[in-house]
Ligand binder design. Structure first.
Ligand code: SAM
Length: 232
């Protein structure tokens, strides 16, 4: 992967950035995504935020090597603190982290989100917590994608401002992804059910304590919920 040839995962994130947007890519690492967005003419300006010095320096090097220092500001900062007043950022991308870390980044600087109209989020795990956050904070899911690359399955959530209603199954699996019902979606959740079944079998062999009983019931509910979606 490089700034010219992104991974399928980051290319899909890029495909949801509106033309002419002002983007902040948080947790940018090599800044491949902002460099690609500028080079493809999708955006003319972007911010690459990184909290760790090593990746921040690679981002700086990459932006310099691509000759994009006038277009991309690379900032060493924790989460949305990379966005400064006057940047007029309207689109934020956060990719390659867990759902809970993405939510904690979104919650830490709510003032930055005031000018933002689109969030493109790619959690490696626990997309559910992002859907829960969106429901409570007035964001609606515009689109969702599930894809497989290098034996890993990724979800990408595109949020815009608005209200939505989601059932428990839709919070866990994603309403768009349920509707699309792709082979990758079925693969992910079939594997998940198998995993839960294995844990359940192990718990059935253990001595029953209130905690184990509660865990078993939780898993049974999850299995039922997902099996219900897959068989409908
Ligand atoms: N976004 C790139 C991608 O999807 O390929 C890089 C993903 S990399 C696995 C996650 C990056 O997020 C790391 O470089 C890490 O240092 C950075 N990161 C983690 N927490 C962060 C935070 N609170 N603020 C900014 N960057 C963060």
């Amino acid at each position: 992967m490089n700034a010219q040839k992104l991974s399928k995962r980051l290319e899909t994130v890029a495909s949801f950035v509106p033309t002419g947007a002002i983007v902040a890519d948080i947790g940018s690492d090599h800044a491949y995504l902002p460099c690609y967005l500028v080079q493809q003419g999708i955006v003319s300006g972007a911010i690459a935020g990184e909290v760790v010095k090593g990746p921040y320096e690679s981002a700086l090097r990459q932006v310099r090597a691509e000759g994009l220092t006038n277009n991309i500001k690379v900032r060493l900062a924790d989460g949305l603190a990379a966005v400064e007043q006057g940047d007029e950022v309207d689109t934020i991308t956060i990719a390659g982290m867990g759902g809970p870390l993405i939510v904690s980044i979104l919650e830490k600087h709510p003032e930055v989100l005031r000018s933002v109209t689109r969030l493109i989020l790619q959690p490696n795990i626990h997309a559910k917590v992002i859907r829960e956050w969106a429901l409570v904070h007035g964001w609606a899911i515009l689109d969702e994608v599930i894809l497989e690359e290098d034996d890993k399955i990724y979800e990408i959530l595109v949020l815009q401002r608005g209200a939505m209603h989601l059932t428990s199954a839709e919070i866990l699996l994603g309403n768009h992804l349920i509707a699309q019902r792709s082979a990758t979606f079925v693969k992910k959740w079939t594997k998940e059910i198998d995993n839960w079944q294995r844990i359940l079998q192990d718990l059935n062999k253990a001595e029953t304590t209130p905690e184990i009983q509660a865990k078993k019931e939780e898993l049974q509910i999850l299995i039922q919920l997902v099996e219900g979606v897959l068989s409908s």
